[in-house]
Design a protein around this ligand. Structure first.
Ligand code: HEC
Ligand code: HEC
Ligand code: HEC
Ligand code: HEC
Ligand code: HEC
Ligand code: HEC
Length: 508
């Protein structure tokens, strides 16, 4: 104020802060600066496990700090504007800085130093913010109930040590920005409870799989065959085991690595498959176009529902990539038959309990309003079944029944999420052809070209069956066996798709 009295033209910068807005900004900025500093120190020495602490430290508190600084600046500008209006002509349009005046010089140096320190802190802070918003904790745990199905399934998957962002965002800045923009909307949708249940797939703006998956799995690495075991237990009194073991031909198409056939043949750089799906989930595929390495184009159409030329013209064919087969590489919601087979096979459910396969699958496949009721019902149904049908066994081996109940409840908790309306039926899995059409969307023997070729349906095209059958009567051959259906259904397995009868629960 004293300077103004002396009639100096430019008011020193600091006096401009003498207004309520800037003052409030100062208090806010100082308080949040203190909070940020303490929280960062805490994170540095202890490391946060709780996602909300991370959000507070790296998103909320810095936002208040920045708001405080903005308020200070806004207050000062406003104050200056007010003074100019009060005494027109005395204050020039832009501030004059005279470094020869010692007071102004000191202020100037102080402002520069403070700015540099602040920018450095911001750099460190925003790097941590970046790291934090890319972490599995942030992606998987923050929106607890929404991401629960994906996070739970992820933790038990082959990719449990791969970060969410490596598949969902991938390397490079542009997808980072894209994902944070859509993320901002998702935060809003969560706050106002407007998000869809279940979250719809296929994800429309998922980054092309070849740019993400191929960071770790590249097509040249696909060759030969891998052995896969499929232990089954029939839904009869004895839970009779039925084993299937096969070599899955995962070969690729790079001539430098041996044969140019096999499943990853689709992915070979020179081959290109495009298709048109008639539904949103890409489960019904009437039209396929193959462009082979010599450039020859073959169109295969569904025999039952071929598309008219104008329908083809109006559609946007999708180029096949990893996602058309591996759409569930990590969020795998296991079907009841599969998870119960696995549990019996690994001994977590005792196969000496009569009808346990059937009972467990039936208990899981029922519709429950929430997890609590599901768990209570599973326990009640299984316990009552054994008390009624085999009272002696229920008494003598009550711990077997209790262990089975516990395991079935665990399966439920890991694969069923009534709150988000998520279970195995919601997200079709395109690998294989048992519970969903999968490969048979095209390889059903029903897609032919104009010159009479059919997309292969031969059972030996994709795998070699080397072991099959019931316990003690296993057939085996490295040359490949002819498939035998575990129960007699005559020739139906050759005429209809497996998934027409098998849908993850018992075939009724
Ligand atoms: C191995 C790659 C991979 C990893 C790691 C991964 N995802 Fe996914 N995620 C996918 C694919 C593929 C889809 C399905 C895309 C489709 O069908 O369009 C998907 C789908 C989703 C969906 C949509 C709903 C659903 O179940 O399909 C959500 C939500 C999701 N992921 C969240 C996460 C979170 C959170 C993490 C980390 C805890 C994570 N993802 C880790 C590949 C991955
Ligand atoms: C950051 C690296 C990384 C990325 C990205 C990645 N994966 Fe993987 N993937 C792995 C690792 C590690 C394994 C486990 C290998 C093992 O168990 O031997 C694996 C295993 C697999 C398997 C075999 C699963 C099994 O049952 O054994 C498949 C299939 C697969 N990944 C597909 C995908 C697909 C599809 C994508 C893209 C959506 C993808 N991966 C992205 C690292 C990655
Ligand atoms: C035509 C369908 C199809 C396409 C397209 C496809 N895969 Fe596969 N992939 C399979 C099948 C089937 C298997 C064997 C499945 C199994 O037994 O788990 C497999 C196996 C794998 C495995 C495990 C290999 C092993 O050694 O066990 C990886 C990794 C993999 N695929 C990654 C990819 C990636 C990455 C892409 C995209 C570049 C891709 N796949 C495209 C069908 C496909
Ligand atoms: C979008 C349609 C489509 C889907 C889905 C699809 N394929 Fe194919 N596949 C083709 C076409 C078209 C060809 C080339 C025509 C042919 O060889 O019969 C082909 C060829 C193949 C071949 C090479 C056959 C040979 O020996 O020449 C294998 C192996 C194969 N597919 C495996 C699979 C597997 C396994 C899946 C499921 C995980 C699958 N395909 C899903 C369209 C598809
Ligand atoms: C286009 C390729 C393809 C064709 C054709 C094909 N399969 Fe498969 N089959 C697969 C794949 C891929 C899997 C799954 C591998 C996995 O889950 O790891 C599979 C899995 C299986 C399984 C094990 C399923 C389970 O859960 O126990 C059986 C049995 C089977 N096939 C039988 C057949 C029979 C019978 C035929 C002929 C009618 C046939 N397949 C034709 C690709 C094919
Ligand atoms: C006409 C209906 C029908 C078709 C089509 C069919 N199945 Fe089955 N399948 C059954 C019945 C019924 C059972 C016996 C019990 C049950 O699982 O409910 C069965 C049982 C099985 C089992 C043992 C199941 C278990 O519970 O673990 C396997 C494995 C199997 N089928 C494989 C196949 C394959 C592979 C195909 C396609 C090539 C196929 N089935 C096609 C009706 C069918």
């Amino acid at each position: 104020m004293s300077e103004q009295k002396k009639g100096k033209p430019a008011a020193p910068v600091l006096s401009l802060l003498h207004n309520w807005v800037s003052l409030a900004g100062c208090i806010l900025a100082a308080a949040s600066f203190f909070a940020v500093a303490c929280l960062i120190a805490l994170d540095f020495f202890r490391g946060f496990k709780n996602p909300y602490m991370g959000i507070l430290t790296y998103l909320v508190a810095p936002a208040f700090l920045i708001l405080g600084l903005l308020l200070i600046a806004f207050g000062a500008l406003w104050e200056r504007h007010r003074r100019r209006k009060q005494k027109p002509g005395t204050i020039p349009e832009f501030p004059k800085i005279d470094l020869n005046v010692s007071r102004q010089r000191l202020t100037f140096i102080a402002v520069v130093v403070a700015t540099v320190v602040f920018l450095m802190l911001t750099a460190v802070g925003s790097y941590r913010t970046y790291q934090f918003t890319e972490s599995v904790t942030f992606c998987g745990k923050t929106c607890h109930s929404i991401m629960m199905p994906e996070y739970t399934a992820y933790q038990e998957s082959p990719h449990a040590r791969v970060e969410c962002v490596q598949c969902h965002i991938g390397p490079g800045a542009s997808w980072y920005v894209k994902s944070k923009l859509s993320g901002a909307y998702q935060v809003y949708a969560t706050l106002v409870d407007k998000y869809p249940r279940p979250i719809p797939t296929p994800i429309e703006n998922l980054r092309p799989a070849r740019e993400t998956c191929e960071q770790c799995h590249w097509p040249q690495k696909f060759f030969g065959k891998v052995e896969r075991d499929f232990p089954h237990y029939l839904p009869d009194e004895k839970n009779s085991p039925w084993t299937i073991r096969m070599l899955v031909k995962i070969g690729g198409g790079d001539p430098a690595f041996g044969q140019t056939g096999g499943i990853h043949w689709h992915m070979a750089i020179a081959n290109r498959i495009e298709y048109i799906a008639s539904d949103k989930d890409r489960q019904v595929i009437p039209w396929i176009q193959l462009t082979d390495r010599s450039g020859k184009v073959t169109v295969y159409q569904s025999v039952d529902t071929p598309l008219k030329p104008e329908q083809v013209g109006a559609a946007h064919p999708r180029v096949m990539d990893c996602m058309d087969c591996h759409n569930r590489p990590t969020h795998i919601y296991h079907a009841p038959v599969d998870s119960v087979d696995t549990a019996i096979n690994s001994g977590r459910i005792d196969s000496n309990l009569p009808y346990i396969k059937k009972n467990a699958v039936q208990a899981l496949a029922k519709n429950y309003p929430d997890t609590e009721q599901a768990l209570a019902n599973i326990s009640k149904n299984l316990t009552e079944f054994y008390e009624k049908s085999t009272p002696a066994l229920a008494k003598s081996s009550s711990q077997l029944v209790a262990a089975a109940v516990e395991e079935v409840q665990t399966i439920y908790q890991h694969n069923f999420f009534p709150g988000m309306k998520v279970d195995w039926q919601v997200y079709p899995d395109n690998i294989g052809h048992m519970n969903f059409p999968g490969c048979f969307r095209c390889h059903d023997g029903n897609h032919t070209s104009a010159d009479g070729k059919t997309v292969v349906h031969d059972c030996a095209a994709c795998h070699t069956l080397i072991v099959q059958g019931p316990e003690r009567k296993l057939e085996s051959s490295l040359e490949g066996l002819e498939f035998k259906h575990p129960v007699d259904i005559s020739a139906q397995w050759q005429q209809t798709n497996c998934s027409d009868c098998h849908a993850g629960s018992l075939v009724e």
